[in-house]
Design a protein. Structure first.
Length: 297
């Protein structure tokens, strides 16, 4: 499936900004089940510096510096990306979760070392809480295959928690989300990551987009989509398997991956520093739609 993605972010400042620097994670990355075909970036005011690079995790990034005084900043990212269904993995054929945890320490294998870095606490996904481990333990019974346990945990989060915007922000601790039983996609991804890490299983945060479907009989509203977040769990012999607790599904061809890291802090779509600005408001409009087939002459 080929998608066209449009992501516009507009910052409106109460006072003028004299200079700003920003790090952008807005370009879909190459993965085993995804091939980016085109990416363009339109920034107003025009940046003095615009440099493309890759971060520590291999995510495409763009650094920009704006030296023109401004009271509004508009960033429009447009991408075309082809997404393929990942290979099917039978959850009950994966290794027991205890084996996964035991094989990490002391290994010199490059793939295992890469996964091991995602087994530790990070700023937004702490696994140190007894409450987090207790919640995870109900799924991680003795000898249970790791992917089977992780999918069961995903089901429980979807069932036990209410999706509700405006009750959390990105800094809300996982323990608060667990106690209040509500939040948004970032909260649920951070929670499941914390649960997996509390059992010694590597998990990483994934940011991107998801194709949404309008109610039956209604048209899809322009700008009604949004950035989305889910996670990946590491399965030895298979690799990373995506899980989406917000929608209780193993992502397939309707998820577009932009970046991954330890948690949201590593993959924020737009981060930066401004001089001046005062208070600000942000408007975000995202569209994800299947690409129109090419006309046949």
């Amino acid at each position: 499936m080929i998608y066209e993605v449009s992501h516009r972010t507009t910052y409106s400042y109460s006072h003028g900004v004299s200079i700003s620097h920003h790090l952008l994670h807005l370009s879909p990355r190459l993965t085993p089940s995804q091939i980016p075909q085109r990416h363009t970036l339109l920034v107003q005011p025009t940046p003095t510096v615009m440099k493309n690079a890759a971060d520590y995790f291999g995510n495409p990034t763009t650094y920009i510096t704006i030296e023109e005084a401004h009271s509004e900043l508009s960033i429009l990212a447009r991408s075309t990306v082809e997404v393929f269904a990942p290979p099917d993995v039978e959850p009950w054929t994966t290794p027991a979760w205890e084996q996964v945890a035991q094989m990490l320490a002391g290994s010199t294998d490059a793939d295992i070392l890469d996964a091991y870095q995602f087994a530790f606490d990070s700023p937004y996904s702490s696994a140190a809480s007894d409450a987090v481990r207790d919640y995870a333990s109900a799924s991680f019974t003795a000898g249970r295959p790791v992917l089977d346990a992780a999918i069961d945990l995903m089901h429980r989060i979807y069932t036990d928690f209410k999706y509700e915007g405006g009750v959390t922000d990105i800094s809300t601790p996982v323990e608060t989300v667990l106690r209040e039983k509500r939040g948004v996609c970032q909260d649920f991804a951070h929670l499941q990551i914390s649960c997996l890490r509390s059992m010694g299983v590597p998990a990483r945060y994934v940011s991107g987009y998801i194709l949404t479907h309008p109610p039956e009989g209604e048209e899809k509203l322009v700008g009604a989509d949004a950035s989305h977040a889910w996670l990946s769990v590491w399965v030895p012999g298979t690799g990373w398997i995506d899980l989406d607790p917000t929608n209780d599904q193993v992502p397939s061809i309707e998820h577009v991956t932009v970046a991954w890291g330890r948690d949201y802090a590593d993959v924020s779509p737009i981060n930066g520093l401004v001089v001046g600005g005062g208070e600000h408001e942000i408007e975000v409009a995202v569209d994800v739609s299947p690409a129109e087939p090419a006309a046949v002459a």
